[in-house]
Design a protein around this ligand. Sequence first.
Ligand SMILES: [Cu+2]
Length: 340
Amino acid sequence: MAINNAHPSVKQFARKSQLLRIFRKLKPMFFFLAGLVLFPQFMSAQWNATIGAQSQDLGRQGLAFLPNEIWIHAGDSITWTMVPAEPHTVTFLTAGQVIPPFTEGCPGFSSGSATFDGTTCATSPLLFQGEKFSVVFPRAGNFKLICLIHRNMTGTMHVLEPPESLPHDQAFYDRVAQEQSKALLADEDASALKHQHPENGVMVGNGEIVATGGGYHSVSVMRFGDPEITVHAGDTVEWTNEDPITPHTVTFGTEPQDPVPPSSNVTVDADNARHGVLNSPSDSVHSGFIQSAPQDRIGLEQAPSGITRFRVTFRKPGIYPYICALHDVLGMKGKVIVLP
Ligand SMILES: [Cu+2]
């Protein structure tokens, strides 16, 4: 039928049915767009954040969720990407849950992604450089984020109901992450040079805790202050950990299976410092964890003072290499040269 020559009502009908056909074709798209306008909660967003920062020589580690405070809508997800060589976890415990050891998870681990609404804990396994972990937050709430390995590495995720507006966009968080990462790595207070040490004294790491509105960051210098020190036979060298949280070890010879306790040939001096004696460069001695005391909290039993010092007396000349059993992969190694 030639529509142009047809009766007006026939033309109208043809146009209507044409429109109807177009509408039918576009109907799914139309309802989808209308749905997004009327119910924005169905349009879940995906946010990005990073974990950790490090200096080029790996010696300075920013132990931090960057940024550590993010506002999102219920239904949104956040993907964390690992920057440093030092491993971390992305962990959301339930309110009041006792922090479990990282080897056990909370208990167990989610691989790749998890959902967290505050009722059941969720944790990634140890995450290594370049790995990602995503968490979907289906319900509104304010949720604390922790790393199971590092104390004072915390954050807060604010999950809001969709009618509430979000204060920041992804570009803001990217900028904050970059600035905080730079600030942590540039922190001058966490510097070996600022601290005075007695003769034959070696600093074993150093660090600082930084608070933000969302929680804590910390920076740790994973290095021996004087990586090479020269003494004489009969001298004693003293190592002191000045990091507020990170444990380190001073390990000569064979590395023990469990790095936490000292080796059996270590005694304790009157001032609570651990002490070992080496008769030859082929002997082994291990400090165990030397670490500052955990932070005290009112209402909880006070923590005992930390065991932060380790001394070694060198009986014979020689070259004595040593490592921190926890951070040697980051380059935390030293050497004692013992002259006659
Ligand atoms: Cu260490």
